[in-house]
Design a protein around this ligand. Structure first.
Ligand SMILES: *Cc1c(COP(=O)(O)O)cnc(C)c1O
Length: 362
């Protein structure tokens, strides 16, 4: 039996007609940037997440970069970033000229907790970017408390946590700004690149909208040296269709994960843990194993696709070799031991049971 790490085949089969109708509608209308689809998506997504404002942007990295730019983060500033996140989180900081300062996550949830943050704060620290890695929220109450005490901004990197809840509220609503990616493989994915920034702060929302559009809110009047990062009409239209189904997609991911959690029982495997008062949307089902590479090879031999998120920590990346970033122990442990199991909408019970069976026999 063959089980891919991920596939959109079933999801895309179900919405094929609707997606093609949307393509035809936008194609025939002849208006491809800054129109009705994007405006409607922004309204619908803000409502879905529970913020006042949403700005569609080009991708998740730009969402983070725009958030930092709107908060005037610049050279000589420091921004705290989890040591085990995807490199985009750190790159967004580097683009502004500021320095990413790495902090190790909690080894059970793989997300930032109160531990280690205060030790990393200096007089130059301006913000904390928390990442709701793999699909569950970081410890927001504790983090917001620290941020308030030290007068720091909080940005939420929600690229992996669409529809994930903390104390009954969606991730992206806790900090000053929430940033989303709609890269095709994310839990809400376009058919190309896309992203969004959400906030309750009107000033920031206006500023982000302007910076994302050449620094302009009014045609040919440029109030910032902005960038070009916009969500196009086709992607916004496709995203509106998928957004209607996101609760259903999320529930299915949760059903698969629950089965894994209940039935994988191999002492060599450490299963993921969900923190208190939150829901996990399982963008990634991350297990740990001391002999990870061997396990990955074994699963491959049995036709099971897996992935590693992420095999090289940010501190160890060549791109950051001159930055003297802290190579922290938990980041290293996760890079050495993490393995991501297949989990996708449309995965059959047969496929799920097969993965469980093969893992239990390892
Ligand atoms: C995917 C991802 C990003 C970047 O999103 P893009 O749309 O690919 O630019 C940022 N942060 C995290 C944690 C991600 O997983």
């Amino acid at each position: 039996m063959k089980v891919p790490f991920s596939t959109m085949e079933i999801m895309h089969k179900e919405i094929r007609t609707e997606m093609l109708e949307k393509f035809t509608k936008v194609y025939d209308k002849g208006w491809y940037i800054g129109g009705e689809e994007c405006t409607k998506f922004e309204e619908e997504y803000a409502k879905y997440i529970g913020t006042k404002y949403c700005i569609g942007v080009g991708n998740g990295l730009d969402a983070l970069r725009l958030a930092l730019l709107s908060l005037d983060i610049r050279e000589n500033d420091e921004v705290i970033v989890p040591s085990n996140t995807y490199i985009a989180t750190a790159l967004a900081v580097s683009y502004t000229g500021a320095k990413p300062v790495l902090v190790d996550p909690d080894i059970n949830t793989y997300n930032l907790s109160e531990t280690g943050i205060e030790e990393a704060i200096t007089k130059n620290t301006k913000a904390i970017i928390i990442v709701n890695l793999y699909g569950q929220s970081a410890d927001m109450d504790e983090i917001i408390k620290i941020a308030k005490k030290h007068k720091l901004y909080v940005i939420e990197d929600c690229a992996q946590s669409h529809n994930s809840l903390y104390k009954g509220k969606k991730t992206g609503t806790f900090g000053d700004i929430g940033c989303f990616s709609f890269y095709p493989g994310k839990n809400l994915g376009a058919l190309g690149d896309g992203g969004a920034v959400v906030t309750n702060n009107k000033k920031l929302a206006d500023k982000i909208r302007a910076i994302s559009n050449y620094g302009s809110l009014e045609k040919y009047k440029h109030i910032y040296k902005g960038i070009n990062s916009r969500l196009d009409e086709l992607q916004a239209g496709f995203l509106r269709i998928k957004l209607k189904n996101l609760d259903k997609y999320t529930k299915e991911r949760q059903r698969i994960a629950e089965k894994y959690l209940k039935k994988i029982n191999n002492p060599k495997i450490i299963l993921p843990t969900i923190g208190n008062d939150r829901t996990h949307v399982w963008h990634i089902f991350a297990i740990r194993c001391k002999t990870r590479n061997k396990l990955q090879e074994y699963l491959k031999e049995h036709g099971i696709g897996t992935n590693i998120h992420y095999p090289i920590s940010i501190a160890k990346q060549k791109a950051y070799k001159d930055d003297n970033l802290n190579d922290l122990p938990i980041a290293k442990k996760i890079a050495d031991e993490e393995l991501s199991l297949p989990l996708y909408y449309g995965m059959t019970d047969k496929e799920i049971d097969y993965v469980i069976d093969i893992i239990n026999k390892y």
